[in-house]
Design a protein around this ligand. Structure first.
Ligand SMILES: C=C(O[C@H]1C=CC=C(C(=O)O)[C@@H]1O)C(=O)O
Length: 377
């Protein structure tokens, strides 16, 4: 399907006020969509269905599903949408800065987090806030197009349900990818602003906050995986930010393992919550001054069918007859995201707090994170 037909279909779905999601899973991936045939709000708590799931930070609030059986699925090959017609609009966008009161409140929250760490309530907590920005783009699809252009290696999405709202994002973080027995995830934490090079030195605070995530993930997955492998840690770029990333892979020891159990073991990881998990979560839910909703939840394909040909070598055409269907799950942590309400974007940003955190620096980190998203509005 061509890019323009694909976009027309999505525009029609919006015009009919029906649920949809369009997304791209990183570099070279096609852009896909699920267009739901009705406006019912389907939920999942078992994570056994097939479809596209959007789960909140607090899973108790309920995860939303666009079921495969009630949706039309579309795919268009990877493209670089032409944004030149929109360039003037982007230049006119004036970034609205957070107020002195917002800054004071967030620094106060961070200080409370550091005190709780000193009092041994937990060793790490991820604290976040919401920032508002007027939207200058004509349509949400324009923002999606800009996200695609600006974050070629991220999981980029636009998600809409008339009974829930409109969310967009470009996240660098995978929660889990399962294909047959193969299981992949990552530990992502630590932030610096990108200054024309990936060759940078990381401080002890960042190395420590990311190591907490790696250790948590490997320990939580140990009961479910064999051949668990932890890669070297590398620096990766996400927009104008750099992070520390470690890949964690393995094989599911039991194919019958319930995905719900693995999700419960991982989510929310210390990259978005803290350690120990429950103590940090309680602190977040009682001390942050707003509801995270789907920010730091997860989203993506749940038990979706993928057609794979065994051999793409043209000389072995006959082997292609054995193309087979796999079931895959690809879930991503909902970071660098926003919710759009009328002409205002609610942007969600946070950062990991440890005993070595400096409140002013942590504030600046959230400002840098929101700036990367404001640019596309
Ligand atoms: C919680 C966020 O980022 C997480 C992922 C990467 C780096 C992070 C950090 O440096 O604190 C966070 O753990 C966010 O961007 O809102």
């Amino acid at each position: 399907m061509t890019f323009s037909v694909f976009f027309e279909e999505i525009q029609n779905q919006f015009a009919q006020n029906l649920p949809l999601v369009a997304y791209k899973m990183g570099q070279e991936a096609p852009i896909k969509a699920f267009l739901q045939e009705n406006d019912r709000l389907y939920k999942t708590s078992s994570f056994e269905e097939s479809g596209f799931v959007l789960a909140p930070f607090n899973l108790e609030q309920g995860s939303i599903l666009i079921p495969s059986m009630h949706a039309k699925m579309l795919t268009t090959s990877a493209v670089n949408p032409d944004l030149s017609r929109d360039a003037n609009i982007a230049l006119k966008n004036t970034l609205e800065n957070p107020s002195a009161r917002e800054k004071e409140a967030h620094i106060e929250l961070i200080k409370k987090g550091i005190t709780a760490i000193q009092n041994k309530e937990f060793t790490k907590v991820v604290l976040s806030r919401q920032e508002l920005q007027t939207v200058n783009k004509n349509s949400a699809l324009d923002i999606f197009t800009w996200l695609l252009q600006s974050y070629p290696s991220a999981f980029v999405y636009i998600w809409f349900h008339p009974k829930v709202g409109l969310w967009l994002g470009a996240t660098p973080e995978t929660l889990l990818q399962i294909e047959n027995k193969t299981f992949k995830t990552m530990s992502l934490a630590g932030t610096q602003t990108y200054k024309n090079t990936n060759s940078i030195t990381w401080g002890a605070k960042e190395l420590d906050e990311q190591n907490i995530v790696t250790k948590f993930i490997t320990a939580q997955l140990a009961p479910y995986l064999t051949n668990l492998t932890v890669s070297d840690t590398e620096t990766i770029r996400a927009g104008n930010l750099l992070h520390l990333k470690t890949l964690i892979t393995g094989e599911l020891s039991n194919m019958q393992t319930n995905l719900k159990n693995i999700i419960a073991a991982l989510h929310p990881t210390p990259a978005v919550c803290g350690l120990p998990k429950e103590a940090a979560k309680t602190f977040i839910n009682s001390q942050e001054n707003y509801d995270r909703e789907f920010y730091t939840g997860f989203l993506g394909e749940l038990h979706v069918k993928k057609i794979q040909s065994r051999n793409t070598n043209r000389r072995n055409v006959e082997n292609n007859a054995y193309a087979h269907i796999k079931t895959v799950s690809n879930l991503f942590v909902n970071l660098r995201c926003m919710q759009i309400k009328d002409k205002t974007a609610l942007i969600y940003v946070g950062g990991g707090i440890t005993q070595d955190s400096n409140p002013d620096k942590e504030w600046e980190e959230t400002v840098a994170k929101s700036a990367t998203m404001k640019k596309v509005l």
